[in-house]
Design a protein around this ligand. Sequence first.
Ligand code: HEC
Ligand code: HEC
Ligand code: HEC
Ligand code: HEC
Ligand code: HEC
Ligand code: HEC
Ligand code: HEC
Length: 241
Amino acid sequence: MKKTVLLSVVFILVIVIIAIPLLAQTKKQTTKTVAKKALCLSCHENTQSILPKNHKPVSGDTIASCNPCHKPDLSGKAEPRPYAGTLHRAHVKEGSTADCMICHTYKGGRLGISGTGVSLGKVEKEDLENTKKIFLSWSQSKNMDGIHGKVDIMCSACHGNKLATTGDTVENDRCLTCHGPLEALQKRSEPKDFPDRNPHNSHLGDIACTVCHKAHSPSTVYCLGCHGNFKMKIPGAEPKG
Ligand code: HEC
Ligand code: HEC
Ligand code: HEC
Ligand code: HEC
Ligand code: HEC
Ligand code: HEC
Ligand code: HEC
């Protein structure tokens, strides 16, 4: 009886001794797979297949091979950017295995582009989590950010040439660069039946666009808080469920 117990103990010990290096090896292998994901071709069959139709042929297998022609645009101009828009819409998705770090680096609080030495700017670690959450909303929500995401309007088109951080907002003038002038906007939104129920021209005067148009959460018509009888709808609102 005692002998069997002793034998089993020895047996278990042997298993453990064999298993430790094996486990260590599996761990090493997983790290390797993750590192390999920096290569576009770990998910895509070939580079040509991911490029838009009629795009020049490209050799290379990392984001750095796109960079010579698609220089990161740090100007913060208010205009659409199809290259950046396509890349982020394709990869930033709920449940996607494609991580930001396929293409980006994050060192010393700076967000960079892999293999290029380009820095896009500073984001604190806590802000980076917020940025990722907002990116997901930009990429696939029905909020105002999602409406702009669909037409290749990146963060900096609204936020300017500095990476947006927690607490930031956008001034009316920035929105009006694309949607203005204000007088034209006011004219477009004037209801035919009740001309004075105009969201852009009311007794509230000159108020922030963001009072109604929320960027990264559902928009709401502020007027309705006091005028429950008005019928007004706003783009980017919570869809009626
Ligand atoms: C972890 C997997 C993964 C990696 C790594 C990856 N991608 Fe993708 N990529 C995807 C998925 C998933 C899609 C979406 C495919 C779809 O929508 O049909 C996609 C779509 C794309 C598209 C859009 C194609 C289209 O027609 O809309 C482009 C461009 C693209 N990837 C480029 C790249 C580049 C460049 C790299 C390397 C820097 C890369 N991908 C690395 C998973 C990956
Ligand atoms: C030899 C130069 C060159 C290289 C390298 C290059 N591109 Fe392009 N790409 C262009 C040009 C030119 C355009 C059209 C003008 C523009 O949108 O910048 C373009 C446009 C695009 C667009 C936008 C198309 C649209 O919807 O208007 C995407 C997406 C794109 N390229 C993806 C890539 C990816 C991914 C890589 C790297 C794997 C890459 N490109 C490498 C030259 C290049
Ligand atoms: C497939 C590659 C790829 C993936 C995945 C990716 N990015 Fe990017 N990102 C880029 C490139 C390339 C640029 C620069 C594009 C340019 O300036 O035209 C960029 C630019 C940006 C910018 C600056 C945007 C602006 O308005 O100028 C931010 C912020 C950013 N990325 C954050 C993220 C975050 C957060 C994630 C993950 C949720 C992510 N990216 C995933 C390739 C990628
Ligand atoms: C259509 C314009 C627009 C675009 C595009 C946009 N934002 Fe914003 N963002 C705003 C406005 C307006 C606010 C002010 C808060 C609000 O009303 O929702 C804001 C607020 C923020 C804040 C502060 C919110 C907080 O949690 O404190 C961050 C961070 C931010 N944006 C990051 C981003 C990133 C990252 C992108 C790109 C994925 C982006 N924004 C794209 C308009 C925009
Ligand atoms: C770089 C130009 C640009 C900037 C900056 C911009 N937008 Fe837009 N916006 C667009 C484009 C393009 C569309 C989609 C096409 C359209 O419907 O006009 C759009 C769509 C919208 C829509 C939905 C329109 C509809 O009929 O569904 C609203 C609302 C809106 N933007 C409000 C804003 C607000 C508020 C800001 C500032 C926080 C802003 N935009 C900043 C270009 C811009
Ligand atoms: C009091 C709430 C409120 C404020 C403040 C507000 N809007 Fe609107 N906005 C609305 C409503 C409601 C609609 C939908 C009415 C319509 O489509 O005519 C709308 C529609 C829009 C549209 C899409 C319709 C179009 O004609 O282009 C744009 C763009 C827009 N607003 C931009 C702005 C900008 C820019 C500001 C700041 C200067 C602003 N809004 C301030 C409530 C508001
Ligand atoms: C803080 C509450 C409040 C908000 C928000 C508000 N109003 Fe008013 N509004 C009033 C009050 C109080 C009166 C005067 C009493 C009355 O006639 O109901 C009034 C009167 C009016 C009138 C004339 C009377 C009528 O009912 O037709 C119009 C039109 C109007 N508001 C439009 C707007 C529009 C458009 C908005 C959004 C851009 C808005 N209001 C936002 C409180 C508000």
